[in-house]
Design a protein. Structure first.
Length: 138
């Protein structure tokens, strides 16, 4: 069990009560007012709701941008779920601790984000879900 602060616990409880979908993990990026909810495999569409209705309601209630990520035991599938619009070319698991993701050059900036913020969040989520210590983007 993770140690969550009060804000994260409240966000998880609100998410679960509005979506009826259990949360596996929650990561808050306070610098961008963005919250990632990792949900069980096969439950992402239920959590998002028809036309994104549940996520929109959550965003309105919390004032945060919400991202729902579907969990997968398969690391490559989970990375694809975490970064769906990026069309990940390949995930190379270098041992158990380092993952290399190859993305098209035109999308590399989106993966990294300003000041590498996106990369840091992706690494945090991968560390907590699959025990990955480092994410390399090529």
């Amino acid at each position: 069990m993770r140690n969550y602060d009060t804000e994260v616990i409240q966000l998880i409880l609100l998410f679960e009560s509005l979506t009826n979908v259990p949360v596996k993990d929650c990561v808050v990026d306070k610098t961008r007012n963005l919250t990632y909810f990792v949900v069980e495999e096969g439950k992402a569409s239920l959590a998002v709701g028809k036309n994104g209705s549940r996520v929109k309601k959550l965003e309105k209630l919390t004032g945060k941008t919400i991202q729902v990520v579907e969990f997968s035991e398969d690391l490559e599938q989970f990375v694809a779920n975490l970064m769906p619009v990026l069309h990940v070319k390949q995930v190379l698991n270098k041992g158990e601790k380092v993952v290399e993701v190859r993305v098209p050059l035109a999308k590399k900036g989106h993966v990294l984000g300003r000041d590498r913020r996106n990369l840091k969040i992706y690494e945090e989520i991968l560390r907590r879900t699959h025990h990955v210590n480092r994410l390399i983007v090529k």
